[in-house]
Design a protein around this ligand. Structure first.
Ligand SMILES: Nc1ncnc2c1ncn2[C@@H]1O[C@H](COP(=O)(O)OP(=O)(O)OP(=O)(O)O)[C@@H](O)[C@H]1O
Length: 346
């Protein structure tokens, strides 16, 4: 059996001149959690939409491939799916929980109707009674009293609305659930409850998760693998443990120092000065260079490749074998972020 459920290879997405996702590759293991972190506008949602084939014009995949690997059978070329095949792929293979539950749910339809609709569309042979039973079962699974099935979204709290979306995503027992900032609008306690819920469901049903958020500390707690995005690219990719213990990209270090830990230890926070690049403009060199405390001349000229180092990958000239065939330049690495809890490591 193939242990990979989804492979994304050299994927690029553009909205006209805006290159929102560039050359992104990753492998998602069956039942694993991949966290994708990065500041607003770095291309996270665009990547999620491309994987689900939910991009709206002018959004367009310009290069690369997305392969879904069924438990048995040949890989499915997701970008080539059309019509009925595409409809079957969505929800059943890969389901998505969107950023804002209020926008994703239809405000004029009851929770019952919205859950039933998933089955009416995808399981037309189900009877009304079966749909009702399954819908109630799903609500129960995500911790909502099935008695609330007749409620309209505005009668539910933010946390409950998000749970309804999670229930809908799980309706057809998908292999992969993509969660795009599912807890951002919620307070910290509710966030934690929802994360625990997702983790519990994942253990029960064995689906893999792509979890997207700007909150790196949260991802470190729940992800097996982490991809850090900047300016439309993945700049660091590895296990959560390695990323926390040995962050290599200066942007990852900056992100780690920008968030309080979820465990609530007190520490001074250091935001990353400057702002992310405008993706509609052509960038020469590393797009993080203008904000990078370690940038040297070459960083403004050469774009670093995502290179493997031990078990991780990093796109930073300090590690680029074209410049440093043997190992990273120690002198550069020794210039640390002052007062930072997390340091760049060699
Ligand atoms: N429909 C669209 N039309 C044109 N440009 C878009 C569209 N959607 C996103 N973009 C641009 O694509 C880039 C990536 O945006 P995206 O929403 O994917 O980033 P993100 O990391 O998910 O940000 P956020 O966390 O704020 O959602 C940005 O420059 C954004 O302005």
């Amino acid at each position: 059996m193939n242990d990979t459920v989804l492979s994304v290879r050299n994927l690029s997405v553009a909205y006209g001149q805006t290159r929102a996702v560039r050359d992104v590759s990753f492998e998602l293991g069956r039942g694993q959690v991949l966290g994708i972190a990065g500041e607003s506008g770095c291309g996270k949602s665009t990547l999620a939409y491309a994987i689900n084939r939910l991009l709206q014009p002018p959004g367009r995949t310009t290069a690369g491939e997305v392969l879904f690997h069924p438990q048995d059978g040949d890989p499915i070329d997701v970008l080539a799916l059309e019509g009925e095949e595409l409809r079957r792929f969505r929800w059943r293979r890969v389901a998505m929980v969107f950023q804002s539950a209020m926008n994703a749910l239809n405000p004029v339809l009851s929770v019952r109707r919205q859950l039933h609709d998933v089955f009416t569309t995808h399981e037309p042979s189900m009877s009304r009674r079966e749909r009702e039973e399954r819908s109630r079962e799903l609500l129960n699974l995500v911790g909502i009293d099935p008695g609330r099935i007749g409620s309209y979204p505005h009668k539910l709290s933010g946390g409950m609305r998000q749970r309804v979306l999670i229930a809908m995503a799980m309706a057809l027992n998908p292999d992969v659930v993509v969660l795009d900032e599912p807890t951002t609008a919620l307070d910290v306690v509710v966030q934690r409850d929802i994360l625990e819920e997702i983790d519990r469901l994942r253990e029960m049903f064995g689906f893999a998760v792509v979890f997207i958020t700007h909150d790196l500390s949260l991802l470190l707690e729940i992800s097996d693998q982490l991809a850090i995005m900047y300016g439309g690219r993945i700049v660091e990719y590895g296990t959560s443990k390695d990323t926390l213990l040995q962050p290599r990209h200066p942007y990852t270090v900056g992100l780690l120092n920008s968030f309080p830990s979820l465990r609530g230890e007190r520490q001074a926070l250091h935001g990353i000065p400057g702002s992310p690049p405008d993706l509609s403009k052509e960038v020469t060199g590393c797009s993080f260079a203008p904000r990078c405390p370690y940038a040297f001349e070459g960083c403004h000229t050469y774009e670093p490749e995502l290179d493997s180092i031990q078990d991780s990958f990093v796109a930073c000239l300090q590690y680029d074998r074209r410049l440093h065939p043997a190992r990273p330049d120690r002198r550069l690495l020794e210039r640390r972020f002052e007062h930072a809890e997390h340091k760049v490591t060699s």
